[in-house]
Design a protein around this ligand. Sequence first.
Ligand code: UDP
Length: 479
Amino acid sequence: MELEVSSNNKPRVAFLPCPGMGHMIPHFEFAKLLVKNHNILVSFLVITTDASAAQNQFFESPNIPQGIRIVNIPPADMSNIIDENTLVLSRICLTVQESLKPLRSILAEVNPKVLIIDLFTSEAIDLAKQLSISVYTFTTASAGFLAFSLYLPTLDREVEEEFVDLPHPINVPGCRPERIEDLLDQVRNRKIDEYKWFLFHMDRLRLADGIFENSWEDLEPLALKAVREHAFFKSIQTPPVYPIGPLIKPDEFIAEKDAKIIAWLDNQPPDSVLFVVFGSGGTLTSEQLTELAWGLEMSEQRFILVARKPSDASASAAYFNVGNDQNDDPSVYLPEGFVERTKRVGIIVSSWAPQAAILGHGSTGAFLSHCGWNSCLESLSHGVPILAWPLYAEQKMNATQLEDGVDVAVKPVVQKGEKKVIGREEIERVVRLIMEGEEGMVLRSRAKQLKLSAEKALSYGGSSYNSVCRVVDIWKSLI
Ligand code: UDP
C-alpha cells in the first residue's frame, strides 16, 4: 500500500519492530493510535526474513489504515549465518543485524523525524543519531522486565558467577525481588550468545530519547515508579519512561476459516470457556501435550485448544513459522480418540486462532496462557483471569508477577524432576479451580477491575493517553 507522504506539517514517524508477532502487533497498534488520534504519518518498516504465515496474513488484512505505509525491508540471506541450532534470540538479533544493512538508504527515503525501535533493533540508534532522527524504544514487555533490563549491565559488572547460582533473589532497585527460578532464559547462561545479545541490546536502552512502555500505572505501579524516580535509575541516566498501554489488537479481522470458532462461542454460556494457546511460537513436548489433553478432558470444562505439532527440542519451536501448518491434523499428535470424545465441549484449532476476538468474547471465562506480555495484556484488557503456564523468554517473571503481585493468575504445580512435566491431575485441578472454583471467581473479579482501569488509562485524560500526548507535543515542536 503506497501513501503520499507529502504533507509537511505532519510529523513523520518510522517504526522498526523486530521479527515475531509479539513485537509486530503492539508496534502496529501504537502506529495506528498515532495516525488516528494524533494525525501523524507512519512508515512501518517490516523485517521480512523468515516471515511466518501469521505475519503475512496480518499485513494483508484490510484493516491497515490510511496514514500507515508498510515498507518491507528486503529479506537478508541468512543461510550461512544461522542454522537450526541457533537459539531464538540470537536468531532474531542476527536477522535484524543483516536486514538492517540497507537501513541508511531506507531512512533517507522515508525521511522520518522520529524512529521508534524495539528492544532488539537498537543497532539503529547510532545511524538515527547521525541522521538527527529522534529515537524512542517501545518496550513490548512489562515494566518489571524493563527495570530488570536497565539494571542488567550493572548486575553484569558486579556479579561474577552465573546469576542462576546466586543464593538469593535479585534485588532490582525499587522493584519486587526477582526470584532466581523466574529469571529469563537469556540470562541463565552468561557464556552463550543468547546472553551476549540480550546484554548488548539492554545496555543500549539508555541511549534512546525516551522509552514507551506497554503497561499502565495501575498494573505495575512499583516498577514504573522505580524506573522514573529511583536514584539508581536516575544515576544511569534512564531516559523518560512513558507508560502508554495496554496497546492490544482491538479490532481483529476474522478470517473465514475462524468464523466457526466465534459462532461456536456464541452458543456457549457466559464465562464458561477456557481458551488455551501458548503465544505465537510456544510448543509443548509430546508428553506434555498428552498430559494437557487428558487434563482438559478430565476437567469436563468447555475449551478452545490451539494445538501445535509438539517439539521435544524447543519450547519456542514455532516462533518463526507459526501459522505455516494451519492445515495440519491435530488429532495425529493428540491422544487417540481425544478429538471425538471432547467434541461436545471443545474445539481444537490447528496452530493459530483469533486470540483477541476469543478473549473479548463473553463466553470466554479463563485463559491458559504462556504469559507472553501481549497475551497478558489482552487477557486483562478483556477481564479474563489467567492460568499461567510460562514457557520461555521472560514469561516466568510475568507469570509470577500476575499470580503474586497483580492477583489475577494461578500457576499449576510442575512435577519435580528433569522433565518438568505438569501432570494431568494437576491440570484438571487448576482448570476446575479457575473455571468453577471460588478462587476462580475472585481472580475473575480482579481481572474485571483491571479491565476497567485499563479502559480508563487509555481514554481521554487517562494516564496512558496523556503519556502519548506529552511525547507527541515534543515531536510536533521538532517540525
Ligand atoms: N496470537 C494470536 N493467535 C494465536 C497465538 C497468538 O492472535 O493463536 C497473538 C496474540 O493475540 C498476541 C501475540 O500473538 O498478540 C503473542 O504475543 P505474546 O507477547 O503473548 O507472546 P509471544 O508470541 O511473543 O511469545
